[in-house]
Design a binder for this molecule. Structure first.
Ligand SMILES: [Zn+2]
Length: 287
């Protein structure tokens, strides 16, 4: 059953389970090379799933992953998906200086464009870490040649969020669009309705209703995001993490694949650039 004819954006943040920001206090960056990598098999599974549904998506990929799995990146491009950037080393923008942030996003763009042999237009900050305190990040993105960012989550959350920023795509710097993570507005508050941990936690029917409401009531495309590790029941468990982190990371991982299949059947999906950049270019042309 298709709830709406609006095409929503399907996005995957290509990183491995040990690179998740919440694990950063427990797994040093220098240890990344010693961990069992699961990203390749997980992304291959996702590519097969998307092919079965005849669906194209946007893959926000870490430069660190792309350097180690060049064939995986080439495969993403070959199958008609959009390759976009998740930065190089998965550092939150809020933990970086402006110079370090610029170096990271520029390096990721170069590494990815070299593999894709085409331009990389999109960027998503690790943990949605662009907000009121670091809006210089947008100057950096424009300077590095990105055309859109999907980095702001207009909600209140303990790790990220900018609740008063616009809910839908807007030009944040000349030539650069911010496409915020999707929220549902109820009683003057924004509720997360964009995937990730909330999608695993909430009943599927509620997630479907929220996205349907964004399409039907707001008449806007939704952005849905997930990570390859979110459907990997065999990933090594990380020891010593807090209860909250453990819950957020592992809750309903075993249900993810079934829910995603349902979501792909219930809505129409596409790539970020094809949904938003065309619209943006038209707006610029009119103005
Ligand atoms: Zn990430």
């Amino acid at each position: 059953m298709s709830v709406s004819i609006i095409t929503n954006a399907l996005t995957i943040d290509v990183e491995d389970y040990f690179q998740v920001s919440a694990f950063a206090p427990h797994i040093a960056r220098s240890e990344w090379n010693t961990r069992e990598c699961r990203v390749e098999r997980n992304i291959n599974g996702i590519l097969e799933m998307l092919a079965r549904h005849d669906t194209k998506a946007t893959f926000f990929t870490l430069g660190w992953i792309a350097e180690r799995y060049p064939n995986l990146v080439r495969q993403i491009v070959k199958e008609g998906h959009e390759l976009a950037s998740h930065g190089y080393g998965h550092e939150r923008a809020t933990d970086q200086t402006e110079e370090a942030f610029f170096a990271d996003i520029q390096l990721a763009k170069i590494v990815l464009e070299d593999l894709a042999d085409s331009e990389v237009n999109g960027y998503r900050a690790p943990s949605f870490s662009i907000g009121t305190g670091n809006l210089w990040a947008f100057d950096c993105l424009a300077r590095a040649g990105y055309r859109y960012s999907s980095s702001i989550y207009p909600i209140r959350h303990d790790h990220y969020g900018m609740p008063d920023s616009p809910r839908f795509a807007y030009e944040v710097r000349p030539g650069l669009m911010e496409i915020p993570i999707t929220t549902l507005r109820v009683l003057n508050r924004n509720f997360p309705s964009s995937g990730g941990g909330y999608f695993r936690l909430l009943p599927y029917a509620l997630s479907r209703w929220m996205l349907g409401r964004v399409n039907g009531h707001d008449r806007e495309p939704g952005i849905f995001y997930f990570h390859p590790w979110e459907m990997d029941t065999g990933q090594p468990r990380i020891a010593g993490i807090s209860r909250k982190t453990r819950f957020r990371h592992y809750v309903n991982i075993d249900r993810m694949e079934g829910r995603l299949n349902q979501l792909l059947r219930d809505f129409k999906w596409g790539r970020m650039d094809q949904i938003f950049l065309d619209r943006f270019t038209k707006n610029v042309a009119v103005a």
